[in-house]
Design a protein around this ligand. Structure first.
Ligand SMILES: [Zn+2]
Length: 411
């Protein structure tokens, strides 16, 4: 006889398998589920009926007959269930309302009040959630949960942001604040890991079991997917790619306190700073004209545009940054042997010009056999990658049945 605890466990495993199968297949019949999972038809039907009652799965018309009655097809009730995804960025707090297929239904953005500190930014986030919540009520849909993407070191065991150099936060408790204001499950994780999860769940990353997403924007980070799972590290802090040292002799200080970090040399701010330093030393460049003489206004985007116009200083600054990024990527390829590397974040919008320069360094630095087949490509969701990733954070919990209790409660 199977002990009660054990049969509960088996039921859970089967439920998870069935839900994921329905999700992966877009539409599938009960008979096909039964055949693929290899458990009895009545058990499959009972579990599926439960999902239908919970509002997670729906029946759609009849499929192709294989002889006999045409089967009713099942699919995830993606359009009835919504997720809020928040990209907690240093420039903007950007929120999206999405269905379970990550189709964006509505979006809302506020310029981040970085100087006013953690609680002000939590207020801004709450405002955005309130507006998105209103849309859900208008459309009479259900909110499954809220996901947030945050730049910083996340301590998984304490469930806090332990240190965020970009926000200047130490030990801040996002769930402690937002959990008191909203009665749905709330999850957060490091922005780059979240982007990688979104890439795996909804983007081109679906095609790979081992890939790395590198975010090059205000800061630099890496989300590493190993055997279809995000690499967390012992305390959840893996992937701090921006803080590896790429120049031992550099006098450029990083937000983390060290000198010569990849982030200090090649992030958006790093590129702008390098150009500014050269100009202050008297170098000639069309950048002076482009920024209207105010060097503080120089951005990485401006440097990229000047480089594309043939400006030598801008070209050199951008190529140098690309070389540092290429050096770091070569190390990642040697360490993790990924199938693909996705590049996302504002700086990567510079396009082929940046990719070509990175490839050049990777081709000369990475061990040939492992670098040869790595596809280096833009991240699927561009500037929406962090918000879509935050949506996938909740979707992942849903597919792992971690929201079960909450969803049945709101039935
Ligand atoms: Zn650093």
């Amino acid at each position: 006889m199977i002990p009660v605890g054990n049969s509960k466990y088996i039921l859970r495993v089967n439920k998870k398998k069935i839900l994921n199968l329905i999700y992966d297949n877009k539409s599938i019949s009960r008979a096909e589920v039964t055949r693929l999972i290899g458990i009895s038809a009545p058990t499959v039907s009972r579990i599926v009926d439960g999902f239908i009652e919970e509002g997670l799965v729906e029946e759609i018309g009849a499929g192709q007959s294989t002889g006999g009655r045409r089967p009713i097809l099942l699919r995830i009730a993606a359009a009835d269930n919504y997720i809020i995804g928040i990209d907690l960025g240093t420039t903007n707090v950007y929120g999206v309302l999405a269905d379970l297929n990550a189709n964006i239904i509505y979006e809302e953005k506020r310029p981040t009040k970085l100087e006013e500190g953690f609680y002000k930014i939590m207020d801004q986030t709450s405002e955005i959630i309130d507006i998105l919540n209103q849309k859900i009520e208008e459309k009479k849909k259900r909110l499954c949960g809220i996901g947030l993407a945050v730049a910083g070191l996340i301590n998984k065991s304490r469930n806090i942001v332990e240190f965020s150099p970009n926000f200047h936060w130490h030990d801040v408790d996002i769930i402690g604040v937002l959990g008191n204001r909203f009665s749905v499950p709330i999850y957060f994780d490091n922005v780059t890991r979240v982007m990688a999860l979104g890439e795996m769940c909804y983007g081109m990353g679906k095609n790979y079991k081992n890939f790395i997403l590198i975010n090059i924007g205000y800061g630099i980070g890496a989300g590493i997917i190993v055997d279809g799972k995000p690499l967390l590290g012992a305390a959840g802090m893996a992937g701090e790619f921006g803080h590896i040292t790429v120049d031992l002799n550099s006098k450029t200080q990083c937000d983390c306190g060290n000198f010569g970090c990849l982030e200090a040399m090649a992030s958006g701010r790093g590129i702008a700073r390098a150009a500014r330093n050269e100009l202050e030393r008297g170098a000639k460049s069309i950048l002076v004209e482009m920024c209207g003489g105010d060097l503080k206004k120089i951005s990485a985007e401006m440097v990229a545009n000047a480089a594309k116009k043939g400006d030598i200083l801008a070209w050199n600054v951008f190529s140098q940054a690309a070389e540092y990024i290429g050096l770091g990527i070569s190390a990642l390829i040697n360490l993790f042997n990924p199938e693909a590397i996705f590049l996302g974040g504002g700086v990567t919008l510079a396009g082929e010009f940046l990719f070509d320069n990175i490839r050049k360094t990777v081709n000369s630095r990475a061990l040939n056999r492992s670098s040869r087949d790595v596809s280096l490509r833009p991240a699927t969701f561009g500037l929406k990658a962090a918000a879509i990733g935050a949506v996938s954070l909740v979707m992942n919990k849903l597919l792992n049945l971690e929201l079960e209790h909450h969803l049945s409660r709101h039935k």
